[in-house]
Design a protein around this ligand. Structure first.
Ligand code: ADP
Ligand code: MG
Length: 591
């Protein structure tokens, strides 16, 4: 016999389901409104309290060739602007199809459309009332070809941009709102479509460039290289706050012995310096371009736009810079290969601190790089803890009980075991030289291969310490998070007990746009909300896969127009430094 009570929860759950369906019907499947009807609605809002704009949320306006959906409505004229989604049917965009099939990737085409959209919005953005009234825009792109939420291409072409709904004295400014929707926005969209239709040749060229760049990256993996720097590249930038190439810079030129020529899919070929997977030491006098070369290699994880000067500076995707970061947080990281246990430091096979020293921070970042599966590790003595890099023989005698086991003593075994290449800048110590596969000397901004010359007086030597690998960790969530926000390049996390923690992502040279910081914030929110517990190396893969499969909406709903693609390894970078993030070691080791 059936218990009568069972029916109640059952009915309840059906009721909930029906309710949910009905709700979806109201909120999401909005029928497009014809433009005249929409403009009438706008006129009707004139002089009403600004909050009346809320009625526009989720309305889709039919402009025949495209639709505009009002996704977010700002609460007041001074709040961050509202945003819309414009859907353009792909039939109009045959020119993009060709480019996409050529590059086999939407990234260069999306990037091109984004840059065109950015320019147009900037041109049409103006003030027309109080606060952000009539503002139109998307964030300025870096010279890297990246996927951004401002433009998404799948079955349709989707544009997202910010729009300040016009206000006069905190009231709806109907006239201006009508002008915006009846005139300015359709004009922008039409101009953009004209730009695209007339850019067939340029888009194809960009797609070809991107395909060539990806080909070079693939070539690195095939040929046992970690990076490539083309002859003629312009590496230095105008200034530390400008991404423009430095005028009158000395163009890069590979030493003959390291020069390779790659035949590209476009039919062109490119020559330049191939950096082998191994131990590569960059040396040279001060101010001769060492750091500039290393920075350019780091940026080579991204493909740069034509005219940047670094179009063919290409690195393996998981290239990371390791540096000293005094004061950083470390969670249960196995640094035992670099730091021996001692009464003051404590257990180094599972090391934690809220305030690392220069050398332990560097050791932790090295271990984490290996744990995350880094393919190339970049080290500059300018921002390193030098006692983690090397120690000379006299100091070895003077400090016999030093817990530090510098990188120079185990660099070969680290490379061999982890299969990550290392490029290390060292102009003040010879410690790395006898273990280097290549020694490159920068002189007046040009590299020379001095490997044979150096071998003559330092010879070849074996590691005296064997790199022991690192124990892997499981991410176990973050304790008591209340709010995660991003502001420029910084993340700010508020905890339930009132503590505030800030992390500056400008310290990670792989982060090149604020949109990446915003996406990382969104990813963190989801990890915290869903209380995700996963092995770190798995988490890195999971994030890459989710983004690849579902795009931005995998992590943020609704998707705002200001997000930039990021890789799982950069989310890991943040988790590794996050206050109250919890990690547990597992028995497996890498390698
Ligand atoms: P190092 O690390 O060897 O001390 P840097 O890479 O910091 O040298 O470069 C020193 C200065 O030279 C910087 O201002 C940089 O912008 C400039 N520079 C670097 N490469 C070039 C180049 N190829 N041509 C002209 N100037 C350059
Ligand atoms: Mg330097």
């Amino acid at each position: 016999m059936q218990h009568p009570n069972i029916k109640v929860p059952l009915q309840w759950s059906i009721f909930q389901k029906v309710k949910r369906l009905v709700n979806i019907g109201v909120d999401e499947v909005t029928r497009p409104m014809v433009l005249t009807e929409f403009l009438k609605l706008l006129r009707g809002l004139d002089r009403k309290n600004y909050g009346a704009y809320r009625r526009l949320k989720n309305i889709v306006v039919d402009y025949k060739d495209f639709n505009i959906k009002i996704v977010h409505v700002q609460g007041d004229p001074h709040a961050p602007p509202s945003f819309v989604e414009v859907t353009i049917h792909r039939d109009y965009l045959k020119v993009l199809e060709k480019a996409i099939s050529l590059s086999r990737d939407v990234t260069p085409v999306e990037d091109f459309v984004y840059r065109a959209l950015f320019k147009l919005l900037k041109r049409y953005s103006r003030r027309c009332g109080s606060g952000n009234s009539c503002y139109l825009g998307v964030p300025k792109p870096s010279p890297c070809m990246l996927r951004r939420s401002g433009v998404e291409l799948n079955k349709v072409l989707l544009l997202r941009f910010f729009l300040g709904l016009p206000a006069k004295d905190r009231r709806v400014y109907g006239d201006q709102a009508v002008k915006l929707f009846a005139d300015r926005i359709p004009r922008i969209v039409k101009e953009l479509m004209t730009v695209l239709v007339n850019s067939e040749k340029r888009v194809l060229e960009i797609a070809k460039l991107y395909r060539d760049q990806e080909y070079v990256r693939g070539y690195l993996y095939k040929e046992g290289l970690v990076a490539f720097v083309a002859d003629g590249s312009i590496l230095p930038r105008e200034s530390s706050i400008s991404e423009k190439p430095l005028q009158k810079a000395v163009p890069f030129r590979s030493p003959k012995s390291m020069r390779i020529t790659i035949k590209l899919p476009s039919g062109k070929s490119v020559s330049g310096m191939g950096i082998p997977l191994g131990v590569v030491v960059l040396t040279g006098g001060g101010y001769h371009g060492k750091s500039t070369l290393l920075r350019a290699i780091q940026r080579g994880v991204y493909n740069h736009v034509k005219g940047d000067g670094r179009e063919f500076v290409i690195a393996r995707e998981a290239a990371v810079s390791v540096m000293a970061e005094d004061g950083r947080i470390i969670h249960n990281v196995d640094i035992s290969s670099f730091v021996e246990e001692d009464p003051y430091i404590g257990k180094t096979s599972s090391f934690s601190t809220l305030n690392a020293s220069g050398s332990t921070s560097m050791a932790a970042s090295l271990s984490e790089a290996v744990e995350m599966g880094a393919e190339l590790i970049l080290i500059d003595e300018d921002n390193s803890a030098t006692n983690m890099l090397f120690k000379d023989s006299i100091m070895e005698k003077i400090i016999p009980d030093d817990p530090l086991k510098p990188l120079s003593l185990q660099i070969r075994s680290l490379v061999e075991k982890s299969n990550a290449g290392i490029v290390v800048i060292s102009g003040s110590s010879s410690a790395f030289l006898c273990r280097a596969d290549r020694v490159v000397r920068m002189r007046m901004f040009l590299p020379e291969d001095i490997t044979d010359y150096v071998r003559k007086f330092v010879g070849v030597c074996e590691d005296t310490v064997s790199f022991s690998g690192v124990r892997m960790r499981v991410f176990k969530g973050v304790g008591g998070v209340k709010r995660i926000r991003s502001r420029g390049m910084r993340l700010r996390i508020h905890y339930t007990d009132g503590v505030e923690f800030e992390l500056d992502l400008a310290r990670n040279p792989r982060i090149v746009e604020e949109g990446q910081v915003r996406l990382i914030a969104a990813i963190l929110r989801r990890l915290v909300r869903e209380n995700v517990h996963t092995e770190m190396s798995e988490l890195v893969k999971y994030i890459d896969e989710e983004l690849g499969r579902r795009g931005f909406k995998a992590f943020k709903k609704p998707v705002s127009p200001d997000l930039t693609w990021v890789r799982g390894i950069d989310v890991a970078w943040v988790l590794n430094r996050l206050y109250r993030a919890r990690f547990e070691q597992v028995p497996t080791r890498n390698p």
